[in-house]
Design a protein around this ligand. Structure first.
Ligand code: HEM
Length: 587
């Protein structure tokens, strides 16, 4: 066990039968143990003697009172008899309680050597950094949890460590090697998701893809039908190209007078519009889309909020006191009303015709047998698809502006690739030629994975990692950010932004599944990895290619673009990315 680890932490022992609640007694020496046995026996004897004497005295006193009453000619009264019996009963009950507690205590003391011997013969358990009573290691999550966890893992030399977040045992994976060891043999066991409070409500009681039970027919059908077919549909390409062109026009307008533009805000709006148009059809949600925007924003906030019930279920009532439960209910009902309207509108419009969106296509209607399932999937697209795409472009642009040489090289590639085709816009068909841009994006996702702790997992059955048994129901956090900085996987310059390190990747253009490699996992790992990856990569590449083609970018004079991070499931910049954009003139 590493230095500073907590022997009382919910532990996972090699070859053990599951959760070990730790053992104070194992630290008691033989001498002090035998002292304690004697002491406990003496206390028990004393207590028994006193209680028996007390009961006897009570009986004598009550008999005397009875005798005196009889002598006084009074009839023996009922309440005296009753009180006598009560005393007796109380004494017996108390005796039984003391005897039980003492027997338990003595058994524990006597079993301690056996437990110690068992612990001594089993090799080390997973490192378990010391926590506090009740909250466990929660306080160690800090302001930026993925960075705090990476620091904690480094301090304990623990690529795989076991924390207790509140009362929840949590396995944290922090290097590529540990990820391979944990997931390669246990893909199925590691494929559950915890039923977090906000997700369970907003995703219609887990009737969605992100949080539903893995391996079920619904989960499989939903992944296949909704995300590969729907997001891969031919019209999606037109939606992306149209929205990117609109973004370029908006930035050109806003920066015409030389004023800086808030790129973070604009990227988020574009990303949302793309997803809304794909999910709801061309209107992006119709007339109600502005109000819907606020409802969806609130949903994202609630999903990232800290619900005490997710860590200390017995303290869940605190969430109600904080008003979080009420907010969640209000948001759920607003969201539901919005979905109902959208689905009704779409069904009316499409009656009798074959559509390509989720709720209009008869093929989808036969796969999903309730409206709630369709609403759950729509929610997934907003949870999983909007701010992840925006954050990726935001961080990549941040790094480009901080590295003018890399920016120039990427710009040169993009401008060269479209020179023959009119040169004023990059289309999706141009993307396969942009090899260096793909390297830049990979590097950005290595250093700034938009979902640095992925989406939490939970083991659905017991499994073994490094020979240690991990019980079912253990929460699992994969630190994609720490894995991206792992010097064993990326070399001593892992902290530097060097897109060329991906030049050797055999084929950057076919969206080779990144989750096959355990050292670059921005889209997750194994069977539960992101099904929106192809869709997202196309959107990110198209957005960046057009921003580089159409504008020259720099920080406002005298300002430096920082790397401060905001917290949340998806991690954005803390300060919005505000840049000067100079429109490039096409000759
Ligand atoms: C750059 C953009 C994106 C990133 C970085 C990203 C990242 C992730 C990550 C890390 C996970 C969890 C994987 C795991 O547990 O191993 C995930 C799951 C998921 N993502 Fe994405 N994602 C992105 C875009 C999208 C888009 C555009 C969609 C769909 C519109 C989407 C839909 C999903 C869904 C449905 C899941 C849950 C899969 C499951 O649990 O079976 N994602 N994503």
């Amino acid at each position: 066990m590493a230095m500073g680890t907590d022997p009382r932490c919910v532990g996972i022992r090699r070859g053990g039968a599951g959760v070990d609640l730790g053992d104070h007694a194992s630290r008691i020496t033989t001498a002090s143990r035998s002292c304690r046995v004697h002491f406990a026996t003496a206390v028990l004897e004393l207590l028994l003697a006193n209680l028996l004497r007390g009961a006897r005295q009570a009986r004598v006193v009550s008999n005397e009172v009875g005798a005196r009453a009889a002598a006084a000619g009074l009839a023996e009264n009922d309440s005296n008899i009753h009180g006598d019996a009560q005393d007796e009963l109380f004494a017996r009950a108390f005796l039984a309680l003391v005897a039980t507690v003492t027997v338990l205590y003595l058994t524990r003391l006597l079993l301690a050597p056996l437990k110690r011997r068992a612990a001594a013969t089993s090799p080390a358990s997973l490192p378990c950094p010391r926590g506090l009573p009740l909250i466990g290691n929660l306080h160690q999550l800090g302001a930026v949890p993925h960075d705090s966890l990476a620091a904690l893992a480094a301090r304990h030399g623990a690529p795989l460590m076991l924390l207790r977040l509140g009362s929840v045992p949590t396995l944290v994976v922090s290097t590529a090697g540990a990820l391979r060891a944990a997931f390669q043999p246990n893909d199925r066991a590691m494929s559950g998701r915890p039923a977090l409070t906000a997700a369970a409500r907003i995703a219609y009681g887990l009737q969605d893809i992100v949080f539903s039970h893995p391996g079920g027919a619904f989960w499989r059908a939903a992944r296949r039908a909704s995300l590969s077919d729907l997001l891969g549909a031919p019209r999606v390409r037109g939606v992306r190209e149209g929205e990117v062109a609109a973004l370029v026009a908006a930035i050109a307008g806003a920066s015409a007078a030389g004023s800086p533009v808030n790129l973070s805000e604009r990227l988020m709006a574009t990303s949302k519009r793309i997803l809304r148009r794909v999910a709801f059809g061309d209107g992006g949600g119709g007339e109600g889309s502005i109000e819907a925007g606020a409802v969806l924003d609130e949903m994202q906030k609630l999903l990232g909020a800290f619900f005490v019930a997710d860590y200390m279920p017995w303290l869940g009532w605190v969430d109600a006191l904080r008003g979080l439960r009420r907010r969640l209910e209000r948001n759920f009902h607003e969201l539901d009303a919005f979905y109902e309207k959208v689905i009704d509108d779409r069904l009316k419009k499409r009656a009798g015709s074959k559509g390509e969106d989720l709720h209009g296509d008869p093929a989808y209607r036969s796969t999903f047998n309730s409206r709630n399932q369709i609403k759950g999937i729509l929610t997934d697209m907003f949870i999983a698809g909007t701010d992840t795409t925006a954050a990726t472009v935001e961080w990549t642009t941040t790094e480009l502006v901080r590295h003018p040489d890399i920016l120039a090289k990427a710009q040169q590639e993009v401008r060269g690739a479209v020179a023959g085709g009119g040169g004023d816009i990059v289309l999706e068909s141009d993307l396969p030629r942009l090899t260096y841009l793909k390297q830049v994006i990979r590097e950005s996702m290595r250093v700034h994975p938009p979902v640095p702790l992925l989406v939490p997992r939970e083991t659905i059955e017991p499994c073994a990692v490094y020979g240690c048994e991990v019980p079912a129901g253990t929460r699992v956090l994969v630190n994609a950010r720490a894995i991206g900085q792992d010097p064993f996987a990326w070399g001593p310059d892992a902290a530097r932004f060097v897109p060329e390190r991906h030049a050797e990747v055999a084929d950057l253009s076919d969206h080779k599944p990144w989750h096959d490699s355990f050292s670059l996992v921005p889209f997750g790992v194994g069977r539960r990895s992101c099904p929106g990856m192809h869709f997202a990569n196309s959107a990110v590449e198209l957005l960046l290619a057009n921003l580089l083609l159409c504008f020259d970018w720099r920080a406002p004079r005298g300002e430096v673009v920082d790397l401060e991070q905001e917290t949340g499931l998806t991690v954005h910049r803390k300060n919005p990315l505000v840049l000067v954009a100079e429109r490039r003139r096409v000759q």
